[in-house]
Ligand binder design. Structure first.
Ligand SMILES: [Zn+2]
Length: 246
């Protein structure tokens, strides 16, 4: 995602200048400023489980170092990763599970492709993606989802309004930690390790063969070393733009 962001911006500008009204938004999310004892700052770690399997390097590091995280899971991932779900459910103090959609289809209500993934394509299909993701989570036990993050984290403005009407806040981010899990370990560690007070980090927990996962762990340990406090989205007030949280 971030790896492609510069070219995406160029494409978006091109589309805008070509008079294409189908704007896509990539909303940001920050934590509301808050005094932290000790002054080390707070960040929220959000990890997407789009499909595929589980990066146990990251999962083990979170458990071993007691780092809380918000995990955005799809219905597809939930079905195939029962063991990881069980570990997360066994640590409710660490893991908050939220809605990443039923089938990992971008929440864009016009037909198009985003990073090669076909969008939901209609308002009904966006609604089905959001509701099936919530239903899958409910079926896996645990509290009801309150946050939604669509596949690719890009939305059409009308889809954002609909998701809010369905009762979910939309989870943007402020630090793209792993560039869609495509970055190398060193760059991933650098980005995550540079997170500042109030940042919301996005990375992936479903690509165990990618080098980025090693960097996620290194970056998190560096933040912890600096005295940064980790919070889940439920534990802090998140402030998003583009009407995603208000
Ligand atoms: Zn995803």
């Amino acid at each position: 995602m971030g790896l492609l962001r510069n070219s995406l911006c160029a494409m978006a500008l091109f589309a805008a200048s070509a008079g294409n009204a189908a704007t896509l938004l990539e909303p940001t999310l920050h934590l509301k400023p808050h005094d932290v004892e000790g002054g080390g700052g707070r960040v929220a770690l959000t990890l997407d489980a789009c499909g595929g399997t589980t990066d146990t390097r990251i999962l083990s590091a979170l458990v071993d170092n007691r780092i809380p995280a918000t995990i955005f899971v799809t219905g597809i991932w939930l079905k195939r990763n029962a063991e990881a779900v069980e570990i997360m459910r066994a640590h409710p103090d660490l893991f908050e599970l939220e809605n990443h959609g039923g089938r990992h289809v971008p929440a864009v209500d016009t037909p198009r492709k985003i990073f090669g993934i076909r969008s939901a394509g209609s308002p009904d299909a966006v609604q089905a993606e959001v509701e099936s993701g919530a239903a899958a989570l409910a079926g896996a036990g645990g509290p009801a989802a309150k946050w939604f993050r669509g596949a690719t984290a890009e939305y059409s403005p009308s889809a954002i309004a609909m998701i809010r009407r369905l009762g979910f806040k939309i989870a943007g981010f402020s630090v793209n930690g792993d560039g869609g899990s495509l970055l190398g370990a060193k760059e991933t560690a650098r980005r995550i390790g540079a997170a500042k007070d109030g940042d919301v980090i996005i990375a992936h927990i479903n690509q165990p063969t990618h080098a980025a996962g090693e960097g996620v762990v290194q970056g998190l340990l560096a933040l912890k070393q600096k005295g940064m406090t980790f919070v889940r989205l439920d534990d802090a007030e998140g402030v998003g733009n583009d009407g995603t949280t208000d």
